[in-house]
Design a protein around this ligand. Structure first.
Ligand SMILES: [Zn+2]
Length: 299
């Protein structure tokens, strides 16, 4: 069976896996990105990682896909702007440089669109024709599949679901706009509200859980505090989930998908998040019944 390799170019770690066409992972490994060394150092380490995994698998991959955290020129295979990596990797010919080092074709795709494709082919999307994926982490990334095909658009930027405007005069977003969904409902936005509640004495359980350390406030510790009785923390999670529900509702009226998948760190909040998003979507869409739209975590 032909094997393929996928590489996740993260700000902290390079994570790679070799898998077959059935999605079964043969071998996987992570190494530090050491992004401060710049593109050429990172590229060399990426090629070494591919070589090491090919050796472990006993077979060279026939092609390599790289999930890239930012904007790409898909036609020429260059990175245009990677906001979270030093130097921002402007116009780095990543596709051709890596291909010449590892000796097989390389395909680039934004990392959240890559995750959407993975969900479509090997996750919950196997039963869906049209789906949207929200990756709720430091920001909110997204991806959209229409009639079985990942929608990329001319710049590969279609599906930036975290940058739909939810509050016209809301907080300033990293993209320059105001009130984007990710300023209101990302894991960092939720945790920032948790820190405020902690420091203003409104979150006694959270205080106990993190030992008073604001640096340990996360969606995970907040979810625990909410379950154990911190009502202000629960309210903060519900408010963010309602904003997220508005974002999901906008996508549902646009696409009427079979499936919306919520992933990323914030999805670990669990029922409080999912129940609120589902109720918001059901309550805010009056044009057609939404019972058939599944809103699920990644599987
Ligand atoms: Zn934005």
């Amino acid at each position: 069976m032909d094997l393929y390799i996928g590489v996740d170019l993260g700000g902290t770690n390079l994570h790679a896996a070799i898998a077959g066409t059935d999605g079964r992972i043969v071998v996987e490994r992570s190494v530090p990105t050491l992004s401060h060394e710049g593109p050429s150092g990172v590229l060399t380490r990426m090629a070494q990682l591919v070589d090491a995994l090919a050796e472990a698998a006993g077979q060279r991959p026939v092609a390599c896909g790289v999930g890239v955290p930012g904007l790409l020129d898909l036609a020429v295979g260059t990175t245009k702007f990677l906001p979270n990596l030093p130097t921002n990797w402007r116009d780095v010919p990543l596709r051709d440089m890596l291909a010449s080092q590892i000796g097989c074709p390389v395909y680039l795709l934004n990392v959240v669109r890559t995750a959407t494709l993975g969900e479509l082919m090997f996750g919950r999307g196997r039963q869906a024709k049209t789906m949207a994926f929200f990756a709720i982490g430091t920001g909110i990334g997204g991806g959209v599949v229409v009639d079985g095909k990942l929608r990329l658009g001319p710049l590969g930027a279609a599906g930036e679901l975290g940058h739909q405007i939810i509050l016209p005069d809301g907080p300033r977003c990293g993209c320059g706009n105001r009130g984007c969904l990710e300023t209101l409902a990302s894991a960092s936005a939720i945790a920032a509200e948790g820190v405020r509640l902690l420091l203003s004495g409104q979150a006694p359980k959270l205080h106990e859980i993190v030992g008073g350390d604001a640096g340990r406030v996360s969606t995970k510790t907040m979810a625990q505090a909410a379950r154990e009785g911190d009502t202000r923390v629960a309210e903060a999670i519900v408010r963010a989930a309602e904003y997220l529900g508005l974002g999901v509702a906008n996508v549902v009226v646009t696409l009427h998908p079979d499936l919306v998948v919520l992933g990323g760190g914030a999805a670990a909040i669990g029922d409080l998040l999912f129940d609120t998003v589902r109720a918001t979507v059901a309550g805010r869409i009056g044009m057609f019944p939404t019972d058939g739209v599944r809103i699920e975590p990644r599987c």
